[in-house]
Design a protein around this ligand. Structure first.
Ligand SMILES: *[C@@H]1O[C@H](CO)[C@@H](O)[C@H](O)[C@H]1NC(C)=O
Ligand SMILES: *[C@@H]1O[C@H](CO)[C@@H](O)[C@H](O)[C@H]1NC(C)=O
Ligand SMILES: *[C@@H]1O[C@H](CO)[C@@H](O)[C@H](O)[C@H]1NC(C)=O
Ligand SMILES: *[C@@H]1O[C@H](CO)[C@@H](O)[C@H](O)[C@H]1NC(C)=O
Ligand SMILES: *[C@@H]1O[C@H](CO)[C@@H](O)[C@H](O)[C@H]1NC(C)=O
Ligand SMILES: *[C@@H]1O[C@H](CO)[C@@H](O)[C@H](O)[C@H]1NC(C)=O
Length: 355
């Protein structure tokens, strides 16, 4: 097992112990009899294979059956429901309805939860962005927000993405109301507040995109994290979002190298938002390329000692964030519009069974 050292802390979490049986032979005709991705991922040494789920699709029973099938997904992440604009829509008025719609069925299904996210520059409520607060006031707003959300979900989350996307691609810190008003220390303040109010067992993550290679951004983050480790700022993990595009996705080696930046610091890592978008129209060749990118990415996590698991940023093409965010791109997920598994699904399954 890769994570013997974590086992003490994890025994108290509602993890499932998989006891699957291997299918006999490797014929494609038998593929649908193979265990789901989470069962295979656990067998390959990961803690989970997970998915993000959004609220808009919860009226679709066929989708929900897969989302909460713990053979496929051992962990779920609310795509939106725990973001600031939904959890504190008015100052000091908290609403966990959207988050609970995802978290509660996950608890019932014995799936782990990654929680997302305490601090981001996007999807903030109007009351927070429409006014300039003083530094002490904004710090107290931040602490109050984290305090309420952390206490509410106290130990229901395996991990929290404490700070999301604080860096620019060149490795400088992103302009945001947090940076402008509080200064660079807002990041460590968020981690300190999270540690103060959430369960001691919950892993605290920094989460970002574009850090799946050794580049200016991932090196700048490594420098920050190294300083935090030295000064005992409470951080446990780094999440590499892994939003990829066929034709220019990081290779297995790229992703391993990026994960290793943080392995070396003694942190755990994860791929937290994996998807692989395709320039439309799609084709068989593009799906094959996509499948190879998915499999290489998951394999990089399996092979890297610190990497605990992979989360896909939804599993169904029609509800992916990609088409609306990147016009001309789509089909980024593992299940197609007819809710059938795609070549990318089988590529991951085959790779995990070979581990
Ligand atoms: C859950 O997924 C596994 C793996 O694909 C499948 O064998 C099983 O039938 C599914 N369970 C339900 C209740 O659909
Ligand atoms: C679920 O609701 C959305 C609108 O929010 C609608 O477009 C979709 O057709 C509904 N799906 C089902 C299966 O009822
Ligand atoms: C909480 O959020 C839900 C989902 O957005 C909404 O339907 C509900 O009205 C909100 N509750 C309150 C008290 O505002
Ligand atoms: C906040 O301050 C900036 C200058 O620092 C100013 O440009 C902006 O208009 C102010 N916003 C509000 C809502 O007062
Ligand atoms: C990376 O940082 C170096 C300086 O540290 C700079 O010369 C280079 O242009 C940067 N590259 C990118 C792609 O921003
Ligand atoms: C693999 O990645 C490392 C950086 O992490 C780089 O130094 C090395 O050249 C790469 N090897 C190949 C074969 O691409």
């Amino acid at each position: 097992m890769k994570f013997a050292s974590l086992s003490v802390a994890l025994t108290a979490l509602p993890l499932i112990s998989a006891s699957p049986t291997y299918p006999q032979g490797g014929q494609h005709a038998q593929r649908n009899k193979y265990p789901g991705l989470d069962v295979l991922a656990k067998r390959a040494g990961l803690l989970y294979f997970g998915t993000a789920i959004d609220n808009v699709v919860l009226n679709n029973t066929a989708y929900v059956a897969i989302a909460h099938n713990r053979s496929e997904f051992g962990q779920v992440t609310p795509s939106n429901g725990q973001k600031w604009m939904y959890t504190e829509p008015q100052r000091n008025v908290f609403n966990y309805t959207m988050a609970d719609e995802i978290v509660k069925p996950a608890i019932k299904a014995l799936q782990m939860r990654r929680c997302h996210t305490f601090l981001w520059h996007n999807q903030l409520p109007d009351w927070l962005t429409a006014k300039n607060y003083t530094k002490p006031e904004l710090i107290s707003i931040l602490e109050n927000h984290i305090k309420h959300e952390a206490r509410y979900f106290y130990d229901t989350c395996y991990a929290w993405d404490v700070v999301n996307e604080a860096f620019n691609d060149d490795g400088t810190l992103r302009e945001s109301l947090w940076l402008t008003t509080i200064g660079p220390s807002y990041i460590e303040l968020a981690f300190k507040f999270a540690r103060k109010y959430v369960s001691p067992r919950t892993r605290l993550y920094y989460n970002d995109y574009g850090i799946e290679r050794v580049n200016n951004k991932s090196l700048a983050l490594q420098k920050l994290v190294k300083d935090y480790v030295k000064r005992d700022v409470p951080i446990d993990g780094v999440g590499l979002q892994a939003h990829f595009t066929i034709g220019r996705a990081p290779s297995y080696n790229d992703t391993r190298g990026a994960l290793n930046l943080f392995t070396k610091l003694g942190l755990e890592t994860a791929l937290t938002e994996l998807d692989v978008r395709v320039d439309l129209p799609d084709s068989e060749a593009k799906q094959a390329t996509q499948a190879a990118v998915y499999a290489a990415s998951v394999k990089a996590c399996v092979d890297e000692k610190s990497c605990v698991g992979v989360t896909v940023w939804d599993f169904w093409d029609p509800v992916s964030w990609v088409p609306s965010t990147f016009p001309g791109y789509g089909n980024a997920c593992l299940w197609d519009e007819k809710l059938q598994r795609k070549p990318a699904y089988y590529a991951i399954s085959d790779m995990l069974r070979d581990e």
